[in-house]
Design a protein around this ligand. Sequence first.
Ligand SMILES: Cc1ncc(COP(=O)(O)O)c(C=O)c1O
Length: 457
Amino acid sequence: MQRFAGLAFGAENFSPAKALFLRRWCCRLRNPIVHFQLLSVGDGLFSVELINGKYQLSGGIDPLALCKEHGTPLYVYDAAVMERQFRRIAGAFSYPKLRIHYACKALTNLTVMRLFRQWGAALDCVSIQEVQLGLMAGFVPDNILYTPNFAGLDEYEQAVQLGVKINIDAIPMLENWGLHHKDVPVCIRINPHLMAGGHENISVGHIDSKFGISIHQLPHVLRVVESQGLRIAGLHMHTGSDILDVDVFLRGADILFEAARKFPDLEYIDLGSGFKVPYKPEDIETDVEELGEKLSQRFAEFCREYGRELTLMFEPGKFLVSESGFLLARCTLVKQTTSTVFVGLDTGLNHLIRPMFYGSYHKIVNVTEPQFKPRIYTVVGNICETDTFGSDRRIAEVVEGDILCFYNAGAYGWMMASNYNSRPRPAEVLIYQGKAHLIRRRETLEDLTCNQVQIDI
Ligand SMILES: Cc1ncc(COP(=O)(O)O)c(C=O)c1O
C-alpha cells in the first residue's frame, strides 16, 4: 500500500491515469511530501522505490546486486518508464496525424532505439552517424528526420543517399540545395526568436542563437525557394529544453502557422521538443495533456484553413528517457574539510556532465543505507576539475563503499560521457520485462588505446 496525504491506495489499483492525475494535482499544490511519494510510485510503474527500507528497481531488482555484477559506475534504464512516457505524449493529442520522433541524441543505444521503433516512434537525428545507427535499429528512412547544425554538404549528400528526410537550417545550405538536389524535398528549420528553455546553454530559439533560419529572413528564404524551384515539405522549430510553459509551444506554433501559409506544398510541421520533466520533489513538468488538447484543436483549425491535413510532429528526447535512467556510483571517500563534508565518488563530470555543464539538478540517494540518519553532504566526482554533482544535499549517512543513485540520468547522461582523465565509460543495463539486460559493456583500457597510433620516436 502507498500512503500519502492521509489516504491509502492499493498499488495494484493505481491506474496510470489516476497516478497522473494525482501527480499533477500534487504539483499544483506544490506539496513536496506528497509529490515525493508519487515520484517514487511513478504512474503505477516502479523505477527506483524504497520498499521495506531497501531501494528496488523496477521488477524488484536490487540495484546493489546489479552493481556487484556489472561494477560501478553503472547506468541503469527502465524500459517501462520509457514506454509510459511515449504512450503519454502520443496519447495527449487527439489530432490523428501525429508523429513522435524520438530525439535519439538523448540516449543513442541501439536496444533503446529498437524499443522506441517497436512502440511506434519515428526518429530525430542530428548527425549522419545517428542516422546510420537509426537504420541499424530498423527505422525506415522515411521515418527519420535528419536535423544537423553546421554539417557540411558531404554529410547532407550521405543523408540524400540514405533516403531520409532532411531539415535545413541555414540560407547558404538552402541555396546549395538548388544546385545539387533540387528534386529532393526538404524541411526548413525556422528560428522563431522565442527565449525559452531552462538554461542559456539549452535555449536555442532566441535571436542570438546559431540554430535555424530567422523568421525575419523569411522573404529571403521565399526568394531562394522560388528562384531555385525547391520543394519545401516541412517547417520545423525547436526552441530549447526544459520549457515549462505550454504557451511557449503555442506561440511557436502560431509563428510557424503564419510562415506555413507561404509554402503551399507542406506535408508536415515539426514543433520540436523541450518538454520539461520533474527533477526535484517540488518540480512541475510541462503539462503535455494541456498542450495536446489545445494544440490538437489549433492544428486542426490551421489545417482546415490550409486546405490539407498535415502531419503534426514532435521530437522529444528528455521527456521520453530522462526519468527512466539512473546512474549508480560508489563512494570512494568521505572527506571533511573545515566547512564541508564531501562525498567523493568513483565517477565524475566525465560520466554525468549535466550538473557542471548547465546546472542540472539530479536527486541523489544512498541505496546501500537508506535508513541511516540524513546528513548534509556536497557530492563530488573524481575528475581533476571542479566536479560537483550537488551541494548541501541531505542524504542518509554515507560511508566508503556505499552506492549512491542519481535520478533523471536517462537523457544526456551516458551520451555526453567522455574519457576525460582517461577513465573508461560505464556499462549500461536495461530493465525490460522484469529482467536486467546488459546493453553496453563497460569500456576497458584497451578501448582507450585501440585507436591510438604509436609512432617510433
Ligand atoms: C533539434 C532537436 N530536437 C529535439 C531535441 C530534444 O530536446 P529535449 O531533450 O529537450 O526533448 C533537441 C535537443 O537539444 C534538438 O536539438
